[in-house]
Design a protein around this ligand. Structure first.
Ligand code: NIG
Ligand code: FE
Length: 411
């Protein structure tokens, strides 16, 4: 297959070890009038269109006109396995209740748990596949996908199996995370220690034994799991070969970022209330900050992650949707880039680096995707935009016109 476009090509291909931080987040490599040759699921060449056409023959030539071409987007933090939506809570918040108040009254994550438990694995698989269509149509070709609305061994396994089935049956790539430590379920509210013990003694070993997740995550937050509890859960996960990501310091600063550094997490996420020490520790340990500006926007939180400061301190930043039924109900990384630019004071180039190269790093996939480069996976998108700065500047509509995933036209 050959793809050509007269428009801008964002290859994001300067070589660098590790995730991009500081000034390197602003380095975009742009070219014009390129074409790209694909064999199977790999990019085999990329150069001026006329050269590609003199070197390769193909019976499948895609002419993307004046579209801007870039690597498929990577969303490194999503919660796509849920049954019921929670638009009632959105309205309650808009009329004055807070996210934490709703959660402590039994709504929030616990209401999603009650509904997910009534769903079958097949029902969840179908829902996840429908949601996967949504991601692909918005230019996202790889997602990290968490469980976390089951909170019993059987319901967490059911959720992770639904992710695996969707992954096998759908073009979108899923990288599963076990998030049994998302909340204390109703039946353990009076005995949280027993739930933590269940996570450590039964759930994590069961997930690892069936190879159901690559990562383990914990919601480390004042009203959910303490730093000490999170440390125990994540240590057990590490012992079972899972890699670590953490929901850290979203609403209150409790030392989640520091814990991410201490434990060698791939990523610490949210960070709305991160401390000075947390920023330093993450930089020194090389933990990527995955910021979720859609969530602080959707919850209308006054406290937002200090995105500009995080980049200027030398911490690599990624961006994600946090797609979930409660705190952020969007699948659009374009919308997320717009909010990030406005609320963090960052450039289009920084936002683009955050949803490609750096997002790939948090998933241990940077050798394979996140750039248009020979040898990388043939995941690419064509966007109706004249230049890179236009991408976060447009918002509220879908600018994606073409999607190729693993060398196949999917959207
Ligand atoms: O990342 N913070 C924890 N989990 C989700 C919220 C999930 C929910 O409200 O259902 C988040 O914001
Ligand atoms: Fe989340």
């Amino acid at each position: 297959m050959i793809v050509k476009s007269q428009g801008i090509w964002l290859t994001l291909a300067q070589d660098s070890e590790g995730p991009r931080c500081g000034a390197a987040m602003n380095d975009l490599s742009e070219a014009k009038g390129q074409a790209l040759a694909i064999q199977g699921d790999r990019i085999i060449d990329i150069r001026a269109a006329e050269e590609i056409f003199s070197l390769y023959e193909s019976d499948q030539i895609l002419d993307w006109g004046n579209c801007l071409v870039m690597p498929g987007l990577i969303d490194p933090h999503t919660h796509p396995v849920f049954l019921a939506t929670r638009e009632d809570e959105f309205e309650m918040r808009n009329l004055g209740k807070s996210y934490v108040e709703i959660a402590l009254a039994g709504g929030g994550i616990r209401s999603s748990v009650r509904s997910l438990r009534s769903a079958t694995e097949d029902q969840l698989t179908d829902l996840v596949k429908e949601r996967a269509d949504g991601f692909l149509a918005l230019g996202t070709t790889t997602i990290e996908a968490k469980s976390g609305y089951g909170l019993s061994t059987a319901d967490e396994i059911k959720s992770l199996r639904a992710i695996h089935k969707a992954n096998a049956e759908h073009a979108l790539d899923f990288h599963p995370t076990f998030l049994g430590a998302h909340e204390i379920p109703d039946e353990y509210r009076d005995n949280r220690e027993a739930y933590i013990q269940l996570l450590i003694d039964e759930m994590i070993p069961a997930v690892a034994k069936e190879n159901l997740a690559r990562f383990c995550d914990v919601f480390c937050e004042e009203h959910v799991f303490t730093v000490e509890e999170s440390r125990r859960i994540l240590a057990a996960a590490k012992n079972h070969g899972l890699q670590i990501r953490i929901h850290a310091d979203e609403i209150e600063s409790t030392g989640g970022a520091e814990l991410a550094a201490e434990i060698g997490a791939l990523s610490a996420d949210h960070l709305g209330a991160i401390s000075e020490q947390g920023i330093k520790d993450m930089r020194d340990a090389g933990v990527v900050a995955t910021l979720l500006p859609g969530t602080s926007f959707f919850l209308n939180l006054a406290k937002r992650a200090p995105g500009r400061k995080i980049i200027d301190s030398g911490v690599a930043m990624a961006l994600a949707t946090d797609y979930n039924p409660g705190s952020c109900h969007t699948q659009s990384l374009f919308m997320i880039m717009t909010i990030a630019c406005i609320h963090y004071g960052i450039t289009a180039a920084e936002a683009l680096t955050a949803v490609t190269v750096n997002a790939a790093h948090t998933l241990g996939l940077a050798h394979d995707r996140g750039q248009l480069k020979v040898g990388m996976r043939s995941d690419l998108i064509g966007i109706d935009a004249p230049n890179a700065r236009f991408l976060p500047y447009q918002f509220g509509s879908n600018p994606v016109r073409h999607v190729v995933k693993d060398g196949r036209v999917v959207s």
